[in-house]
Every structure is written in C-alpha cells, then in structure tokens.
Ligand binder design. Structure first.
Ligand code: NAD
Ligand code: MG
Length: 384
C-alpha cells in the first residue's frame, strides 16, 4: 500500500484552506500535512501549526514571522517569511499534492513553481488562470503537469468528463446561483451595502469571492477558468442561473446527452475529491435528498444589469493581457468596495476604465504580466 499523501496547503487560514484542514484531520490516515502558508493570520497559523505539526510554515508579514518564530521555537517546525521563499520551498521539497487556496493574483507564482517542479496541483484559486491561463497551460504541457480543479463548477465538469473525450463536448454549462442580488435592477444595485453583498444565499466563502459572486465577476472568472482547464472555445461555454446551487455544472455532448454533477452547496466534496483523485472515498458529506429539495429552478443571467460576465467573454475571445487587467482592476475595485470607499455599482466602471487605459499585449510573458498587474493596480487606484 502507498504511504500517506504529503500535502501542502497554500492559504491554509482562508475559507478553502480551513475546510481542507478539516478534511486532512478527518482522513489523517491518508494525508500528512507538510506545509501551510498564509498572508497575515498569525494566531490561526500558530494554532494550525501546533495542531498539525507541518514541517514548514510560511507567513507574509514580518510581524507574523517574528510571532510564529517565537511561539514555535520549541517545536520542530520551520518558519519562513514571504512568497518568494514559499516558491523555493515548493520547488525544493517533496509534496504529493499542493492545494492552492491563496486568494488573488498572489497565487500565480507559487502555482508556476509547483508546475515547474512537477507537483500535482489541486487548484482552488481562480485568479491564476484568469491572469495567466495561456502561460499556465503551456507550462502544464512542457512539464507534463496536472491540475485537479477545486472550484465546485470545475470539479463538477471534471467529474462529468471522466472517461469522455473533450472533442465530443458540445457545450459546457456553468451554473450560477445569481448571488444575493439576483433579480435586482441597475437602480436597485445603486445603494446595496457591503453587509448585504457579503450575505451570499448559498455559500459561505472568503470576502473577495463573495463580492465577486454578487457582481457575477466570479462566474465570469469561472468562464475563463473553464476555457483553460478544459481547452474549449468561448462559444461552447454557457452560463445558466440556478438559484438552489444543487447542480454544480453540466456537460452537453454531441449526441445530445447531458451529464451533470449534483450535491449540497458545500466545498467539502470538491476539496475531498481533488485531494483523493483519482480515488473516491466514503465521506461525511452532507447528503443530497432530492425529495426534500423537490424542485430546481433555472433562468438566464441578466447581462444588462451584471456587466462583468461580458468582460469575461471578451477576455476569452481576445486572450493576451486582457485577463490580467480585468483581474487587477477587479481586485482593486473589490477591495475599495469592501473598505466602503466606493459604491457597489462603481466597481464596474473601475474595470471598464482600466481595460480602456492599459495597453493590450497579445502574447505577454510572465514578466509582462507582473508589470501589467502593477500598472493596472496603480491606475485603478487613481480612479478611486
Ligand atoms: P480567503 O480570503 O478566505 O482565504 C485566502 C487565503 O489566502 C488566506 O489563507 C490568506 O492568508 C491567503 N492570502 C491572502 N493574500 C495572500 C498573499 N498576498 N500571499 C499569500 N497568501 C495570501 O479566500 P477563499 O474564499 O478561501 O478563496 C481562496 C481561493 O479559492 C480564491 O481564489 C477563490 O476564488 C477560490 N475559491 C473559493 C471558494 C470558496 O468556497 N471559498 C470556492 C471556489 C473557489
Ligand atoms: Mg465556483
């Protein structure tokens, strides 16, 4: 029998990270936690370190580093500071799987390190593919890499495609809950509060993705993710609003057959599936009771109110640096909204103006993307 899977969790203090740790704990006979990392949540990182005893802990802030160093002094756990060191650790250590659950652009370089050093990746972060889908996809080719999607829609599609040829796919249909403001008019969106935007009807997630779900940017990002994960053109990727979030996505095949994956709205199964793939294990997942659910509903997304979806279709159509500008301006906009510096409806303008202003590059290298990301953030902040 194989030994325990050696796991690294990047972003261990976040919504996905903590759920993944619960799974590692539940299946401690199967997994061994080797590395955890986070931006600044030093207390939680300490708690996780003392409980799981990983070999390596990485934090981004100097303050967090000093705190962890001091409090872990008597333990056999090495403490490091910064994402550059994180990349080195990814490359120089043996992990069987790396769960990338960092939020935002910051996941791009660690993901690249993982691919280049031949590590299998469970990818929750979506911004990496939005920004650098082209680069990631050619690196996966060059290094014979493997990404198992964690985002629930892509986990669903991945599961529906097991044993199928991508050439037999007619359409991929992503389901969207519609977020907290489904059915709102543009006028009604005018004065929605941060608190309301953070109240997602079905999912409990980190703040950034929750706001992205309210603007439908999240669904837009998932369209782009779909393109890069499954190599399908933009005209084969559709979105349907499904408020119950029970069907996590569907694949329509050439012969007219449609395969869907269902489950309660919980990230437990997608994370568990990605960590165990290609194995399936019995689990404590919340049970799906169709008789209790009774009915499921579907509708078209309202693209005239929620404009973010079209940005994503455009990103897939034109490629190049479009996704990088889209992501950076969105990160700035979401953060400004969360900090109550702008209104909900201002977010779309910041993205639009950034896409107009920043020069488009058709075949950006990684260095170009890093530069374009910075330039976009700088510009987007001037609008606020
Ligand atoms: P979160 O905000 O709850 O957690 C983010 C994690 O990343 C934290 O551990 C944080 O410390 C770390 N982090 C933040 N900035 C960092 C930086 N600059 N460098 C290094 N680490 C940094 O986010 P989340 O909701 O867990 O989402 C994580 C990723 O997974 C996002 O890309 C999100 O879109 C994607 N995702 C999340 C869910 C969900 O249910 N939460 C579902 C699908 C996809
Ligand atoms: Mg999703």
């Amino acid at each position: 029998m194989m030994g325990k899977k050696r796991v690294a969790i990047l972003g261990s203090t976040g919504s996905i990270g903590t759920q993944a740790l619960n799974i590692i704990h539940e299946f401690s006979d199967d997994f061994e936690l080797k590395l955890i990392s986070a931006n600044s949540s030093k207390e939680l990182l300490l708690k996780q370190s003392l409980f799981f005893k990983p070999n390596h802990v990485v934090v981004n802030t100097g303050d967090g580093y000093n705190y962890l160093k001091k409090n872990l002094k008597k333990n056999d756990i090495k403490v490091y500071c910064g994402n550059d060191v994180l990349c080195d650790l990814i490359e120089s250590n043996d992990f069987d799987i790396i769960l990338v659950a960092i939020v935002g652009f910051a996941a791009l370089l660690p993901t690249i390190s993982a691919i280049k050093s031949g590590k299998k990746i469970a990818l929750a972060n979506k911004e990496t593919l939005v920004v650098g889908g082209q680069i990631i996809s050619s690196l996966l080719n060059d290094y014979n890499g493997e990404i198992i999607p964690v985002d629930s829609e892509h986990s669903a599609i991945f599961q529906c495609l097991q044993g199928e040829k991508i050439s037999t796919v007619k359409n991929i249909i992503l389901t969207a809950s519609g977020g907290p403001f489904r059915g709102f008019s543009s006028k009604e969106l005018g004065d929605v509060s941060v608190e309301k935007a953070l109240k997602h009807p079905n999912w409990n997630m980190g703040n950034k993705i929750t706001i992205d779900s309210a603007t439908l940017m999240n669904k837009g990002f998932e369209l782009i993710e779909t393109k890069w994960l499954f190599n399908v053109p933009f005209n084969k990727i559709k979105v349907v609003v499904h408020p119950e979030s029970i069907i996590h996505s569907l694949v329509e095949f050439l012969d007219g057959s449609v395969i869907a994956q269902l489950g309660q709205p919980s990230m437990y199964i997608p994370i568990l599936y990605a960590l165990n793939y290609p194995k399936r294990v019995s689990s404590s997942a919340p049970k799906l009771d169709l008789v209790k659910i009774k009915s499921l509903h579907f509708e078209e997304p309202n693209k005239s109110v929620f404009k973010h979806l079209d940005f994503a279709y455009e990103a897939i159509r034109v490629g190049g640096s479009f996704g990088c500008v889209l992501n950076a301006s969105n990160e700035v906009a979401v953060s400004a909204f969360l900090n109550k510096k702008i209104r909900f409806i201002d977010m779309v303008n910041i993205i639009e103006k950034s896409l107009e202003k920043i020069t488009f590059v058709q075949n950006p290298k990684l260095e170009d993307l890093l530069e374009i990301d910075l330039e976009t953030r700088k510009f987007a902040k001037t609008i606020i």
